[in-house]
Design a protein around this ligand. Structure first.
Ligand SMILES: C[S@@+](CC[C@H](N)C(=O)[O-])C[C@H]1O[C@@H](n2cnc3c(N)ncnc32)[C@H](O)[C@@H]1O
Length: 300
């Protein structure tokens, strides 16, 4: 089940804390304060103001997290120092600094190396995670590996197998578009990214939180994995998109295509219940099929 909360995340996080809600995983993908266009956010705050805000968010998320709960805080690599500081000062224990490698060309720079990754700081409430599933993937062999692998490899802290949706043709079917073909939301996260995070750090039935939901990718994946999810978003057009996406259940949003890639994970059947995933889009597909058959019968 996905609950969508409209409005400012600080306001809603406070209410969630007051209601005594306990989340098991939070995905934090805020605006990065780098001058991007947002409907209701000035993405050019003075750095102190921006980091005070992030501190407030992390503090509130900590308050409404269960013991051992996980937070995944995504940011541009330039902000690594601040992310680690904010997490530490709000009580979180760092587990990994994940490097998410981008596939598109590096952003060039004349004074330093071109930028080709984003960071995702994975931290927990308390020293040890309440849940951590060691996922195995069927990663392609590198030229220096001569023997084929029989049962894949464990996922490490370097994620170079998840394609970002940032550039035009690269984004494929998964990228949401306006009628004019433009990307609907330039920061839409890939399904595969949330799939890995939710699978690693939760069990079916757990509660997932996303205070900067954007297009609702976290909810779309959580629902297919049988996790409860609370999404917070303040821009009305994004809220409309979240509702539409959850309602329509596009085949491009299905997590099915990744199942084979994770097949060597020993407890995959327990953490990825197939019934929930298969239900995604099935009713819509059936309705579409019925409608088409009716039209054919009527000779349209
Ligand atoms: C980087 S995007 C998240 C993208 C998301 N991961 C996805 O897959 O679409 C950040 C989102 O936070 C929203 N936002 C900015 N300030 C907010 C606030 N104070 N409260 C709630 N949402 C906010 C923006 O409208 C934007 O959609």
């Amino acid at each position: 089940m996905v609950e969508v909360l409209e409005g400012d995340c600080i306001h809603h996080l406070r209410s969630l804390c007051e209601r005594g809600e306990q989340f098991h995983l939070t995905f934090l993908d805020p605006p990065f304060n780098q001058g991007k266009e947002y409907d209701l956010f000035e993405d050019n705050l003075p750095p102190e103001t921006y980091w005070q805000w992030m501190e407030q968010v992390c503090q509130l998320v900590y308050r409404c997290s269960a013991p051992g709960a996980a937070i995944y805080f995504m940011q541009r690599e330039k902000n690594t120092e601040q992310v680690l500081r904010v997490l530490r000062e709000t009580g979180w224990s760092l587990q990994n600094l994940i490097v998410w490698m981008k596939r598109t060309s590096a952003v060039p720079n004349i004074n330093r190396y071109g930028k080709q990754y984003q960071i995702i700081a994975f931290a927990t409430k308390g020293e040890a995670p309440r849940v951590f599933h060691r996922l195995r993937i069927d990663a392609p062999l590198r030229p220096e590996h001569r023997q084929p692998r029989e049962d894949g490899v464990f996922v490490t802290d370097c994620w170079d197998d998840i394609r970002e949706l940032t550039s035009g043709y690269f984004a494929g079917d998964e990228a949401l578009r306006t009628q004019g073909g433009e990307r609907f939301h330039k920061q839409q996260s890939p399904i595969a990214l949330l799939l890995r995070i939710i699978l690693s750090s939760t069990n079916p039935g757990d509660r997932v939180l996303d205070p900067f939901a954007g297009t609702g990718t976290t909810g779309v994946v959580a629902e297919q994995l049988g996790r409860h999810c609370v999404l917070i978003e303040n821009a009305p057009r994004n809220l409309a998109m979240i509702r539409w996406r959850l309602e329509v259940q596009r085949p491009a949003d299905s997590i099915d295509r990744w199942r084979h890639y994770y097949r060597f994970t020993p407890n995959l059947d327990q953490i990825w219940p197939v019934e929930d995933a298969l239900a995604w889009g099935r009713e819509k597909q059936m309705a579409l099929f019925e409608e088409r058959s009716q039209r054919l019968k009527c000779g349209h």
